[in-house]
Design a protein around this ligand. Structure first.
Ligand code: UN1
Length: 509
């Protein structure tokens, strides 16, 4: 056990209000990808614990659904206040546990604060429609009611923000939450839960009533997630992770007629057109491809460059790539931190080998020794020129690998952009209005996110987040994603003294 990692984590967790017993003496080893050190020994839940937790969550839901939505919003407001107060410590823990650079750790906590603000406003705007009835003396309307227990399964790369997108909306919508975080990031989950518990205490201290077990955390391995997925009392399973995971979760939830919100892999491309502002494009591509060490679902994995600017763009990207500082993500100036673990590093190397076999020319990609840590996995970002969109390019490898392709016509570029199984995020850099609009049109990008003159990653919370095809089809976060967390009731009210039937049907007795 490494004392340095342990004591940093211990200090942060204590600051964030996590009792020591929660991260010592357990069987689930928490580890920092920065140096491979053990940062905690967390108690792992069992499937039986899931069953009990879902039972408690359901009881909490039955009470919470009757709390007026703006009151529910007040709890989320207080949670946002806790996050504001503890932003620095939680961000440092995100950096320690997920390995993202400090500014991105802070950005992740800011994303949680943003969704809380959004949800608070939403708590007074859970609107239904009033609909014109075809019958005299009748009124139709729809109401949105709380749904039930929401199960959240989240990934290591956004260990707390993705939970917050789901939980903040679920809570204002009148639902309860049970969370199974990635087994790679149990400490950030414990800290987030502690901040939520503090907000709940503040809520009650101000005279509000809230049930116990409104939001529960279950750290553990895959069987914990499976038990959550299979429990018929979980009305909505919101799962973020690999397409492989989604393929397992989706049918199991569907088999019991539960609802699923899937946010799975991406294979996001940026088209760089002849008129593009290359300064902007280079910056957008670099952040998108190599930020977070390529471990975002929105990471830019492909650049499709017009033949007329391809070589210049390639040269500029290569210069910038080679100068990116890889290292301890807490060090100022470092832009690329570690891969999460050895498995991720090996997957990166396997993808680069395949790319070479498929005709690619690879720059970068080698292991970078940082601090002499045997179990820390840093890699030089890789830029790979590909002759075509081969099998490896169509696959999502969760690592800093950017494939560079070339195109002659915009139709060809859009066909390449859409020619992969995933459909999360996409972008075009162009100053040609016709090209920009064609890219955004029905026959343009087939992704859930399509941008012009900004990259594929780093979406704001105000928009709906998610994508098509193997990305799973779910939408989280902003816009009307809240509707996933509620059930719609259509109501027809007759205030006349007659009983006319719709469609002119007669049934005279
Ligand atoms: C993810 O990688 O799972 O758009 C989420 C982005 C972030 C969220 C990424 N706001 O890159």
């Amino acid at each position: 056990m490494d004392d340095a990692g342990m004591s940093t984590a211990h200090t942060l967790l204590t600051t964030l209000g996590v009792p020591e017993a929660a991260f010592t003496g357990g069987t689930l080893r928490a580890r920092s990808p920065i140096d491979g050190s053990t940062t905690g020994l967390v108690h792992a839940a069992t499937p039986a614990d899931v069953t009990a937790a879902v039972g408690r969550a359901h009881a909490a839901f039955l009470a919470w659904r009757n709390t007026p939505a703006p009151r529910r919003g007040e709890l989320v407001r207080l949670f946002g206040a806790q996050l504001r107060t503890h932003k620095a410590a939680l961000a440092a823990l995100v950096t320690l546990e997920a390995g993202k650079v400090s500014s991105e750790g802070e950005g992740e906590v800011q994303e949680m604060i943003d969704i809380c603000d959004f949800a608070v406003g939403l708590s007074r705007q859970l609107h239904g429609l009033t609909i014109a009835s075809e019958r005299p003396g009748h009124r139709m309307m729809e109401q949105w009611h709380p749904l039930g227990v929401v199960g959240v399964i989240s990934a290591f790369n956004f260990p707390v923000a993705v939970w917050a997108w789901n939980a903040a909306l679920a809570l204002v919508c009148g639902d309860s939450v049970v969370w199974k975080p990635s087994e790679k990031t149990p400490l950030t989950a414990l800290a987030t839960q502690a901040l939520f518990d503090a907000a709940l205490r503040d809520f009650r201290a101000a005279g509000n009533e809230a049930p116990d077990d409104l939001s529960q955390l279950l750290n553990g391995l895959a069987p914990v997630g499976e038990a959550l997925v299979d429990d018929a009392r979980v009305a909505l399973v919101s799962a973020t992770g690999s397409t492989r995971m989604g393929r397992a979760v989706g049918p199991r939830v569907a088999a019991r007629f539960g609802r699923c919100l899937l946010e799975l892999g991406g294979n996001n491309a940026i088209i760089v057109a002849p008129t593009a502002d290359l300064d902007l494009a280079v910056r957008g591509i670099l952040f998108g491809a190599y930020g977070t060490a390529g471990q975002r679902c929105t990471t830019t994995r492909r650049v499709i460059a017009h033949a007329s600017i391809h070589d210049e763009l390639a040269a500029r990207l290569e210069r910038a790539r080679a100068s990116l500082q890889v290292g301890d993500p807490r060090t100022p100036g470092v832009l690329v931190g570690p891969l999460v673990d050895e498995t991720a590093f090996n997957a990166m190397q396997a993808a680069l080998d395949q790319a070479r076999d498929q005709g690619g020319t690879v720059a970068g990609g080698a292991r970078v020794p940082v601090g002499g840590h045997a179990d820390a996995w840093y890699a030089a970002p890789a830029l790979v020129r590909m002759p075509a969109q081969t099998v490896v390019v169509q696959h999502e490898t969760f690592a800093p690998i950017l494939y560079l392709l070339t195109y002659a016509s915009l139709d060809e570029a859009i066909a390449l952009q859409n020619g992969v199984p995933q459909g999360l995020s996409s972008a075009i850099f162009t100053n040609d209005l016709r090209e920009a609009e064609a890219f955004l049109a029905a026959s343009g990008s087939d992704c859930g996110i399509a941008n012009v003159n900004i990259g594929t990653s780093g979406a704001e919370i105000g928009g709906a987040f998610g994508g098509e095809k193997e990305t799973g089809g779910g939408r989280e976060s902003g816009s009307d994603a809240w509707k996933n967390y509620m059930r719609r009731a259509t109501n027809t009210v007759n205030y006349s003294r007659a009983l006319p039937l719709a469609q002119g049907v007669k049934f005279d007795i």
